[in-house]
Design a protein around this ligand. Structure first.
Ligand code: HEC
Length: 128
């Protein structure tokens, strides 16, 4: 079996389009993560994690951009803590009593996956 990143790359090359890609997950954990995310997280965090879900305009503070550098730079431990316990003074709920630990991890896995396929708003750095 090829390493995960190779398979992900293959999926990218083979499918090449956003929505089709989301239907062709390379692993069971991602499948699970996608189901959890779509069911529980998307209404605030948005389909692609950018914080533009249907509930977002009504929240203060707004759900942040989960595919941002700021979130990506946080460790799994940090983000899993936020997922489990929620974020004080925001609408981010605590999921520890509502989702199994594996499902919280799968959701995070899916968020990390979304990062790879999100378009950057800045142009790529110049070639060396
Ligand atoms: C009711 C709206 C809402 C729902 C539902 C929701 N979130 Fe959040 N989430 C927020 C808000 C608001 C924040 C705080 C602002 C921010 O950091 O994005 C947040 C923060 C986070 C953060 C912290 C980001 C960081 O950089 O520290 C993570 C991770 C996260 N949410 C994951 C999830 C996951 C996974 C789910 C589903 C299981 C979920 N959220 C469901 C509103 C929501």
């Amino acid at each position: 079996m090829a390493p995960f990143s190779d398979r992900l790359f293959l999926a990218l090359v083979l499918v090449g389009s956003g929505s089709a890609l989301l239907m062709a997950q390379p692993s069971d954990v991602l499948d699970r993560g996608q189901i959890i995310y779509r069911e529980h997280c998307m209404e605030c965090h948005g389909e692609t994690g950018k914080g533009d879900g249907p509930k977002a305009p009504f929240l203060s503070p707004r759900p942040g951009n989960l595919v941002s550098a700021a979130t990506s730079a946080k460790t799994d431990t940090e983000l899993l803590r936020t997922i489990a316990h929620g974020k004080p003074r925001t609408a981010m709920p605590a999921w520890q009593d509502r989702l199994a630990v594996e499902d919280q991890q799968a959701a995070l896995h899916y968020i990390r996956f979304l990062v790879r396929f999100s378009r950057s708003s800045t142009p790529p750095p110049p070639a060396p």
